[in-house]
Design a protein around this ligand. Structure first.
Ligand SMILES: CC(=O)SCCNC(=O)CCNC(=O)[C@H](O)C(C)(C)COP(=O)(O)OP(=O)(O)OC[C@H]1O[C@@H](n2cnc3c(N)ncnc32)[C@H](O)[C@@H]1OP(=O)(O)O
Ligand SMILES: O=C([O-])CC(=O)C(=O)O
Length: 372
């Protein structure tokens, strides 16, 4: 048996949710460029879960179901208040809170199709509220209830700040949610599928996926990009900063991808948004710095930006705290995780690959008193 490092190129499942072929990303056959320009995040959720775009009536119904389930149990709010959450990374808090949601759901282990769909609605609806409630509580502010007349993008910004968000901000945030919703068998989605393929429950699958997304080689890269831009500080420092990193053989966060050969198709949308928003805020340096870093990394390493690179300056321009960037990724990607989890349950088989053993062989047990 020979192992393929990092399972590169290994096809591990069939899926009808999303595909990446020749650097083109589609959700259920719809090109991401088309969806980014035209779709609401709720339409994309429906598309991923039902395999078709919703009619007006179906869209109104799923929006209502999501709005009706956006509240979070008071025990989770109390839990956030019980420890020093200013010292806790929000991804760790959200991971724990999603696991807690399972404790308060009497149907957590009901594996019927109906119960699993209801839990999918609950998780999708509650995740944004968890993130914004966490953010407010750690600042000593009371959580804000989501507005039933707002969609997920508007409500996220509203429940984060308590203020009515601008049209431009909602439009940009909705587009970011659409762009991050699904991505074939990325590490967190694979994690979710492995978990539920044991016939474990949805809450366990999403909790596991959040843990995988948190790492800086995956969703955690967007926060790491912002840290890098903050360290660079000004466009004129970019060249020396990046060259020094490359000479130390350090990775430049937000660049490279396991699957794309000629660039991540989501990056151009985020680049455009980054430019538009940084012009609007009058703080164009984040976009300019990002552009300069892209120029250097592309020419030095032939590496192209991935989805995490320009999303950093987009979220910064929207005034969002940097450690909420990866939780926002989860707010969007939970739609894809849930689509894959439901798909896995529909046609399940335990996922259990093999390992190529490279440890010592033929060892003899030595009693403890004889060991040196
Ligand atoms: C939503 C997402 O998950 S998108 C990805 C987010 N992650 C990041 O942006 C982190 C930075 N990028 C990376 O670490 C990688 O490009 C990954 C994890 C995305 C893909 O990884 P892999 O396909 O496993 O490639 P791997 O890490 O083996 O890199 C291959 C080579 O390219 C180099 N390389 C890859 N990415 C980078 C980078 N961002 N900066 C510098 N060098 C890089 C590696 O050092 C390695 O060089 P070597 O062969 O000389 O050792
Ligand atoms: O597919 C991957 O490996 C990572 C990625 O871009 C994503 O999850 O959006």
């Amino acid at each position: 048996m020979t192992a393929t490092r990092g399972l590169e190129g290994v096809v591990a499942t069939t899926s009808a949710v999303s595909s990446i072929i020749d650097d083109t990303l589609t959700y259920v056959g719809y090109n991401i460029d088309d969806l980014a320009e035209n779709a609401s995040f709720e339409e994309v959720i429906y598309l991923l879960w039902h395999g078709k775009l919703p009619t007006e009536e179906e869209l109104a119904q799923i929006k209502k179901q999501l709005a009706d389930n956006a509240g979070i149990p008071h025990q989770v709010i109390e839990h956030f208040k019980q420890y020093s959450i200013s010292e806790v990374h929000p991804m760790a808090a959200i991971r724990t809170a999603v696991s807690m949601l399972g404790l308060f759901d009497p149907e957590a282990d009901d594996m019927s199709k109906e119960a699993n769909y209801r839990k999918a609605i609950c998780l999708q609806a509650k995740l944004p509220t968890l993130v914004t409630a966490f953010s407010r509580i750690r600042k000593g502010l009371a959580p804000v209830d989501p507005r039933p007349d707002y969609g997920i993008a508007a409500n996220f910004l509203y429940t984060l700040t308590g203020e009515e968000p601008s049209h431009v901000a909602v439009e940009a945030f909705n587009k970011a949610l659409v762009l991050h919703a699904d991505h074939e068998l990325n590490a967190s989605t694979f994690t979710a599928r492995v978990c539920v393929a044991t016939l474990s429950d949805i809450y366990s699958g999403v909790t596991a996926a959040i843990g995988a997304l948190k790492g800086p080689l995956h969703g955690g890269a967007n926060e790491a990009v912002m840290k890098m831009l903050t360290e660079i500080g000004d466009v004129e420092n970019a060249e020396a900063y990046i060259q020094a990193k490359l000479s130390r053989k350090e990775k430049i966060m937000g660049f490279g991808h396991r699957v794309y050969q000629n660039g991540d198709p989501r990056a151009k949308h985020l680049r455009e948004m980054s430019q538009k928003l940084s012009n609007l805020t009058g703080e164009s340096k984040w976009y300019e710095m990002s552009l300069k870093v892209e120029e250097i990394v592309t020419s030095e390493k032939s590496l192209l930006p991935n989805v995490d690179f320009y999303s950093a300056s987009v979220y910064h321009s929207l005034g969002i705290d940097h450690d909420l960037f990866t939780p926002i990724f989860a707010v969007s990607r939970v739609s894809g995780w849930l689509a894959h989890i439901l798909e896995q349950y529909e046609n399940n088989r335990l996922i259990r690959p093999r390992a190529d053993y490279i440890g010592p062989d033929k060892q003899r047990y030595v009693p403890i008193e004889e060991r040196s």
